[in-house]
Design a protein around this ligand. Sequence first.
Ligand code: KG4
Ligand code: ZN
Length: 364
Amino acid sequence: MNQSKDNERHLILGIETSCDETAAAVVENGMIILSNVIASQIDLHAEYGGVVPEIASREHVKSILPVIDRALSDAEVSLDYLTAIAVTYGPGLVGALLVGVSAAKGLAAATGLPLIPVNHLEGHIAASYLTDQTLAPPFLCLIVSGGHASLVEVLNYTCYRTLARTRDDAPGEAFDKIARSIGLGYPGGPLIERASEGGRSDAFYLPVTHFPDSYDFSFSGVKTAAINAYRKIEREAAREGRSWPSSCSEADFAATFQSAIVKALVKHTEAAINDTGYKTLVLGGGVSANRKLREEMQEMTAPLGVRLIVPPPVYCTDNAAMIASAGYFAWRDGRRASLDLNAVPMAELDDIIGQPVEKGGLYR
Ligand code: KG4
Ligand code: ZN
């Protein structure tokens, strides 16, 4: 590949190891994906019904260098062509994050390239720049994943204000827990989505939690109510001598649970849109791969004249292209980390390490 290191073409290597995907990608100018390599550990964690942190760290150690090599070779570039190395430093599992952070620091030390710290959630936001190259801040973003439900004002490419978060469980966590409880397996979101096909979405009552004067979410109530409903359904099924009773099929159960989660996400997002007046809504995070959520968000936004941008499912779930994209904008805005960068398991989107004060950073 014939390339020059000019001001027009900036290639960022992104590295992501916050949970159970070891990922590396090369992205040009924050928008054009040259490579996107993901080594998933899902099969290893599936037998435990969720991510086992120890196993995740060990697998990241095994995969990280081959995954980075592959990202560079798929992009047909060597380290010499890169402008910077971007890495997820949090939030996530500390032992998992440390593998990516250490690899990125090693590469930065060896090459002298700038090291760009990226918050995992801003990666999920940046996935939309890869999806729609006309997208530019400001806009409202709903990030829904295994660890988060956050409504975020994206003020500019590197500055965020969180309007709402979950006060307990994340929606992906609720999907995973319910899928495990009814014997579907892991990860629960896609399995519940598949199981819900053809089901009734009002087979039984589930509460949707709202807080006064807040867009915050809560999913522990709906999760517990769904588990209790399932216990009753199991008893009924046993009386009828079948695995699901005549009153509620597996599809009905899955559709009803999925619908309750989607309803809460859509309602709170609609309230935030009405109050803030944003005309663009972006979705990100693994749960935004959900078809029902995508459809209902489309139905909510269309009459309001709000543009909805949702990445294709492969860029909703964890990947490194989104980290490289966020890393490009952060690099352009002067964000840097030193080689003592550490993993921050509870990293906050509104306070990113190394962000210059004039670009919204709080301390530096
Ligand atoms: O963003 P992600 O890959 O990792 C985190 O940052 O957490 O999200 C993973 C979560 C899992 O809980 C998974 O069950 C959920 O996203 N998920 C889905 C779907 N695909 C993945 N939830 C609902 N419907 C889906 N199609
Ligand atoms: Zn994620």
